[in-house]
Design a protein around this ligand. Sequence first.
Ligand SMILES: NC(=O)c1ccc[n+]([C@@H]2O[C@H](COP(=O)([O-])OP(=O)(O)OC[C@H]3O[C@@H](n4cnc5c(N)ncnc54)[C@H](OP(=O)(O)O)[C@@H]3O)[C@@H](O)[C@H]2O)c1
Length: 349
Amino acid sequence: MELGIALVGFGNVAQGLARILIRKRDLLTTRYGIIPVVKAVVTGSKGTLWDPSGLDLEAVLDSMADLENLSGVSALPATIDEILKGDEISVVVDTTPTDLVTGEPGLSIIKRAIESGKHVVSSSKGPVSVALPELTDLATRHGVAYRFEGALLSGTPSINLAMEAMAGCDVVKVQGIVNGTTNYILTRMEEGMGYEDALAEAQDRGYAETDPSGDVDGWDAAVKAQIIASVIMGEPISLDQVERRGISEISRSDVLAALDRGNRIKLIAQVERRGRDVVASVSPMELPLDHPLAGVMGATNAITYETDNLKDVTIVGPGAGREETGQALLADLLAIFRERGGLVVRRSA
Ligand SMILES: NC(=O)c1ccc[n+]([C@@H]2O[C@H](COP(=O)([O-])OP(=O)(O)OC[C@H]3O[C@@H](n4cnc5c(N)ncnc54)[C@H](OP(=O)(O)O)[C@@H]3O)[C@@H](O)[C@H]2O)c1
């Protein structure tokens, strides 16, 4: 079955997905029975490519600086609305930048895609944070899927693990190291660095932005706690309802004093059911060294789900990266077609 795809946003994550689609082209067909065909690539400033018979992804990846001059690309109308109008596209993959205040530009793009009857997979936290109930309701009314596994722990399966693999379990409490930058800084502080030097190193390595407040002040972790509460605990809350404290006031001596007590300081996103309420917070916590999250070091992420049927389930893995997040988009694409009976899993003999 051919799967027509529009990539809206073609930065790190979409290029990661493109590379996976190229590498796994044969396997996707033989194992799952789908032929993914990327027909549109839409960027913010580098132009739009649209070829209903399918773009040459290798050529697109090679020509990122000058998409408009790419040879062999049709000059058909290429606004998003033109691309969404026909039935060439089945799925819109949104990887536009995240704006936690407005949810844009992803929010408007996702709404237009759903209203045009297209499935949406997205790695952007903004639209989930700002408009999850509206988007899920819209998707239900239009009979399409809206999935966003990559918004929580990139490709480490966290939403789909809780919602699908652990279906039937009640999740009563979640604790997570959901921001790799802050975990990296705390790790380096334990290894001997001061806060400022560890932050500078995280910036040099590309983990932290030039303005690192989204990470160190806990905003990124807070929106992930909001996603956990809204999606996994089924209690839609606003970002304001997440109590938030970052790591900027943690010193190296705090880190070492905690170690002397047999504990490790971690920035923990915690979401807990208390009676009829769900309470969400982000704060530095001292965890005993035998806690499942205490040994998670560097830029790695992890989540522990406390459940009724399984007790504690912990998943550890990357929380960022091009192909890592591309993997989340691929898993969502495959899930959409599995749910709709369009996906055939063929095991090799
Ligand atoms: N990178 C990660 O490891 C990671 C992990 C998890 C989640 N995420 C989330 O995934 C999303 C993508 O991340 P990224 O690292 O790939 O970002 P990125 O490299 O900055 O790419 C963003 C892409 O979106 C395009 N874009 C901007 N405004 C647009 C618009 N109005 N219409 C269409 N395209 C537009 C940009 O085009 P121009 O460059 O031409 O403006 C660019 O191609 C973000 O929401 C991010 O928070 C990223």
